[in-house]
Design a protein around this ligand. Structure first.
Ligand code: HEC
Length: 149
């Protein structure tokens, strides 16, 4: 009888030690949360001088800039794509002028935002049609760089 209790106690101790180890490990993993460190100065593109896509207005690019940086429509774009749009570990660089999911036209950038990214706020109702339009124009603008005059 005494032996059985000792074995039971030992089993419990091993089980509890295992639980503690698992807990410690999950706490350790929790430390790695976004945004991960980005080792560059993130300079916000100058929306006032970026090129404006045909059929859109400066006001739309300016509004898109605010959406992108979370100042309108609860946009979260810059959290993943960076303040400078040059990407983070959570979202790719949108400024290089080469897109994975589209030909880079405003129309297709808009389609990507609306339909191809379940994670973007465009899907969660914070962005209305005008916001999506504006932020698509803004992404086009940053992918074409600053106007050199
Ligand atoms: C939670 C992180 C996250 C947020 C927030 C987010 N994105 Fe993205 N975005 C991504 C990731 C990751 C990809 C790449 C997806 C892939 O390649 O499968 C991506 C891809 C894109 C693409 C396509 C790029 C290409 O190469 O074709 C566009 C355009 C884009 N995002 C715009 C936006 C805009 C505009 C917003 C804000 C309205 C936004 N994203 C918010 C993570 C995010």
């Amino acid at each position: 009888m005494g032996t059985a209790i000792k074995i039971l106690a030992a089993t419990c101790a091993i089980f509890l030690a295992g639980l503690n180890a698992a807990k410690a490990q999950s706490e350790e993993l929790k430390l790695v949360t976004p945004p991960l460190a980005i080792l560059r100065d993130q300079i916000r593109p100058p929306a006032a001088t970026l090129p404006v896509p045909t059929g859109y207005t400066r006001a739309q690019v300016m509004h898109g800039d605010r959406v992108f940086h979370g100042e309108a429509a609860n946009g979260q774009c810059s959290n993943c794509h960076g303040i400078d749009g040059k990407g983070t570990p959570n979202g790719n660089d949108l400024t290089v002028g080469m897109f994975i999911w589209s030909d880079g036209s405003v129309r297709e950038i808009k389609r990507t935002i609306k339909h191809n990214m379940a994670v973007v706020p465009g899907m969660d109702g914070d962005l209305n049609a005008e916001d999506v339009e504006a932020v698509a124009a803004y992404v086009w603008a940053i992918s074409h760089g600053a106007v050199v005059e």
